[in-house]
Design a protein around this ligand. Structure first.
Ligand code: PLP
Length: 382
């Protein structure tokens, strides 16, 4: 089904985000159906979209929460996620954030360094608690995605490199207020070459054997998130291929008896249900280029400026013959460009444009740069 904005929103002031809650629910059904046979525990990565109405649906579908800041831990609890369903990752957790999460008694910290483990131990002792941790390892697996969203290579700041792991475990033995629950890995985002997850599984298998030789039997394994979506064809592929994704782990990951496998998906859960609606302010024709200048910019959708990422753009107002446009925002930055030489039906002032697949890393990255007002969010469901 091609995208259609419900008629009730046609007079909504632009720019605004539109969330298709029915598509979100369908995505969640497909996700939970695919995760169930292998008994995977799915934590939704709040950083993709922490909108309360969206979170509410996700929580109701039975997912846990994956947080990367104290603010997200607080938001997850506010949205009704149980503390025992919350995991907290991040390479730079502040004392205040750790204290908040300890006080809430969250399920697990994904810890990334020895200094962090020491702080966790100290703060847990002060609260008379134990911090449950999974060690975030850097498996040195190439995710074959954009360099800015690759996280599992030795050159990245994230996680503990494998050669350092023995030393970290030694240090961990000295920390009585930290309890080791498992391993965690997250190798990147927008992964579309799914064989990467088989490679990750094999790395984790080797690592588990290595750990068992040293007497460690870990009850939890967390394989992170990163499943990609189709930015090119959101209408043809509205729901990601969760079955293949979980199937790869089922096939390649050697789960130990009783071991719980966790995944942390963000983008694949929410990206396709969100659309940014914007009106054309001006069409400016120069010698070289025809610009469609929109009332939405990098303040509403940063990804193209930040990573050069592609979003499908449609003109909902025009059926006229097509022309090539550079689709740009009004912000005083040259990177404030949504797409170059995009073929759109002939576009005029006040036409309504839909920028697709913005449900993940869209609204959450919005800013008030140029003192712009925050765009509204509206919700559709039948
Ligand atoms: C961002 C992030 C995720 C989610 O990644 P997606 O690509 O959105 O699925 C999962 N885990 C951690 C630790 C993250 O930082």
């Amino acid at each position: 089904m091609p995208f259609q904005l419900p008629a009730e929103f046609l007079n909504q002031p632009t720019p605004f985000y539109y969330y298709d809650l029915d598509l979100l629910d369908q995505t969640l059904s497909a996700l939970t159906a695919a995760a169930k046979p292998g008994n995977f525990r799915v934590h939704y990565a709040l950083k993709a979209n922490s909108n309360l109405l969206v979170l509410e649906r996700i929580r109701r579908a039975g997912l846990g929460a994956d947080c990367v800041s104290g603010g997200e831990v607080a938001r997850a609890l506010e949205a009704g996620f149980g503390a025992d369903d919350v995991v907290f990752a991040g390479v730079g957790k502040s004392d205040a954030e750790i204290n908040l999460a300890l006080a809430a008694d969250i399920f697990c910290f994904n810890a990334e360094s020895v200094p962090e483990l020491r702080v966790l131990d100290e703060l847990a002792r002060a609260q008379g608690r134990r911090a449950r941790v999974a060690l975030r390892i850097n498996p040195n697996v190439d995710a074959y995605t954009h360099p800015h969203i690759t996280t599992g290579l030795d050159a990245n700041k994230f996680g503990i490199s494998l050669p350092d792991l023995a030393g970290v475990l030694e240090q961990l033995e000295q920390l009585p207020n930290v309890e080791l629950l498992g391993l965690h890995a997250h190798i990147g985002s927008q992964i579309t070459e799914l064989s990467v997850f088989a490679a990750l599984s094999r790395k984790l298998n080797d690592l588990q054997t290595w750990l068992e030789d040293r007497g460690y039997h870990l009850p939890h394994l967390n394989v992170g998130g990163g499943l990609g979506i189709s930015y090119e064809q959101p209408d043809a592929y509205p729901i990601p291929d969760f079955a293949t994704y979980f199937g790869l782990f089922e096939q390649h990951l050697q789960r130990r008896p009783g071991q719980q496998v966790h995944v942390e998906l963000g983008r694949s859960v929410v990206a396709q249900c969100g659309t940014l609606l914007s009106r054309v302010l001006y069409v400016k024709e120069s010698q070289h280029t025809r610009f469609a200048i929109l009332d939405a910019g990098m303040t509403e959708l940063l990804r193209p400026a930040l990573y050069g990422s592609h979003h499908h753009i449609q003109n909902l107002s025009s059926q006229r013959p097509g022309l090539a446009y550079d689709v740009v925002g009004p912000i005083c930055e040259s990177t404030d460009t949504f797409g170059r030489a995009r073929l759109l039906p002939e576009t005029r002032r006040h036409d309504l444009l839909a920028i697709r697949s913005v449900g993940a890393y869209g609204e959450v990255m919005s800013s008030s740069y140029n003192l712009r007002e925050k765009a509204a969010a509206v919700y559709g469901s039948k």
